[in-house]
Design a protein around this ligand. Sequence first.
Ligand code: NAP
Length: 279
Amino acid sequence: MLIDGRKISSEIKVELKEEIEKLKNEKGRIPGLATIIIGKDKASQIYVGSKVKTCSEIGIQSFLYELAEDIEEKEVLKLIEELNIRSEVDAILVQLPLPKQISEKKIMNTIIPSKDVDCFSNENIGRMFLNPNTDIRPCTPAGILELLSRYSVKLEGKKVVILGRSNIVGKPIAIMLISSGATVTVCNSKTVDLEKIIKKADILISAIGKSKFIKKEMIKENAIIIDVGINRVDGKITGDVDFDDVIDKVSMITPVPGGVGPMTIAMLLKNTVNMYRRN
Ligand code: NAP
């Protein structure tokens, strides 16, 4: 069965639109998301453009700041400090990657936690670690959990193998799944006997960025596969999993594109609405 991220994300957008409709009378305004993009990275511009469009569709006001590639770090920090106190801005997003002169860590920890929509700050990561049901969660991992939940996948007692240990995908999804009662193994590029570990997975989550790395002989019969990878090969987007090769062996799988990707944006919007409710 296909786990349809586009369909679920559309359902979430409808739910959020309804929620904004209800809240806006009480609040006297609509939610606001400020996005800062630095430089002319094509992929980032496409991604930000699509976020801005989706925001307007569901009733979130976008504040877009397009800054020059060679801007000084202190200028960006000054802008973030202004946005931190602007009452009509509920959430702040700084599009990655950043140019070399700007410290990602400094930027992420200058955004006040109550507006840190990507959930990258130390405080928000810590809060998620201690309370997995907190309303502000890292977007891609939260999107994966939402997909599993809406497809009624039970996590308790399941063996989950995660490929990748990044701060934005591998580590936070591991914490969330541990809290949900799954038995979790996190692998990295140095993991020994990777194939043996993958073969045991009831649920395999791959976030390594290697096109079609996972083949059918590597996975367990009837495994559930969540493919986070986004790889650009000859102008086409592919996942980490060889979809055509594994499709007859899996019980459920996310396609790429159309699986985890749309859920990341949906969860970003959900975090924005949750911040608006709190603000
Ligand atoms: P990252 O920071 O580059 O991390 C990749 C991780 O994969 C590292 O931990 C690395 O291990 C591990 N790895 C690499 N090769 C491996 C192998 N052969 N076996 C096991 N582990 C291996 O990547 P990321 O930011 O987490 O992103 C991962 C992928 O997901 C990328 O394709 C990215 O574009 C995609 N992504 C998609 C979404 C979405 O919304 N769909 C969101 C975020 C990211 P080491 O730590 O040992 O180097």
